[in-house]
Design a protein around this ligand. Structure first.
Ligand SMILES: CC(C)(COP(=O)(O)OP(=O)(O)OC[C@H]1O[C@@H](n2cnc3c(N)ncnc32)[C@H](O)[C@@H]1OP(=O)(O)O)[C@@H](O)C(=O)NCCC(=O)NCCS
Length: 215
């Protein structure tokens, strides 16, 4: 195992420029931002609000995501079938007493990372359990507890989160997933009529066709 100071030093070397830049730019007035995992990857122009937590260092967040205040992506887990759920019985504690290693039970507390697509809006206070994938364009309602994968362009809410509706019709969703507007440079998409999605699809088809013919 790496000593802690070495681990910290190595973490600082890992490129997280995008995350740091966004956090500084968009949440400058936040009281605290908790990106526990310094390697959590966040795509272009995505931002998080105050009190954001991402438990797993392999969490990925796509481009143009709006993540509200006190959102938690990946919760971590304690053993549910041990005599106690308390960490002291299976973990080297950073605080409180420590049991001798031979007395600690083995618990694979490794929790899988979450993957958040592009153009996802996560409402305030939402909690997303470990290992969940949220599809492109999805919306997570305020205070939702997401326990299952969320399909692209679905709006979900509640505890546990359930489908409320889809943002667009199936043919529009299919087109948007194929056209992937978020991968185009901002200059190419900034003039799109964002409030008229069928027209956006038409325009995006032209942009993609022009790209294909220029190759
Ligand atoms: C999920 C959300 C986007 C839905 O908005 P909407 O499409 O306008 O939905 P409506 O208000 O028309 O409600 C539709 C249904 O979903 C339910 N619903 C709405 N938001 C919900 C939520 N967060 N959790 C559970 N159910 C919710 C409504 O009760 C309604 O149910 P019904 O059809 O049985 O009456 C919105 O309610 C929400 O939670 N937005 C996030 C707000 C937020 O966190 N803002 C902070 C800035 S990031």
């Amino acid at each position: 195992m790496f000593p802690l100071f070495l681990k910290k030093f190595l973490c600082n070397l890992i490129p997280v420029r995008e995350v740091r830049k966004r956090v500084r730019k968009r949440t400058v007035y936040a009281h605290y931002i908790k990106i526990r995992s310094r390697r959590c990857i966040m795509g272009f122009d995505s931002y998080v609000g105050e009190g954001f937590e991402a438990a797993n260092r392999k969490t990925t967040i796509g481009k143009y995501c709006s993540i509200g205040r006190f959102v938690c992506i990946g919760t971590g887990q304690h053993p549910t079938d041990f005599l106690s759920t308390h960490t002291v019985f299976y973990q080297d504690m950073a605080f409180g007493p420590n049991l001798p290693p031979e007395c600690r039970c083995k618990y694979d507390g490794e929790h899988p990372p979450c993957h958040i697509g592009n153009d996802v809006w996560i409402g305030r206070n939402a909690v997303i359990k470990d290992g969940i994938t949220v599809g492109d364009g999805a919306i997570i309602g305020t205070s939702a507890v997401v326990t299952k994968d969320v399909p692209p362009y679905a709006i979900v809410g509640g505890v546990p989160a359930k489908l409320i509706r889809y943002r667009f019709s199936p043919d529009i969703i299919e087109a948007l997933l194929e056209l992937r507007w978020w991968d185009l440079p901002l200059e190419k998409i900034q003039h799109l009529p964002f409030n008229d999605v069928p027209r956006c699809v038409e325009e995006l088809r032209k942009i993609r066709a022009a790209e294909a013919s220029s190759k």
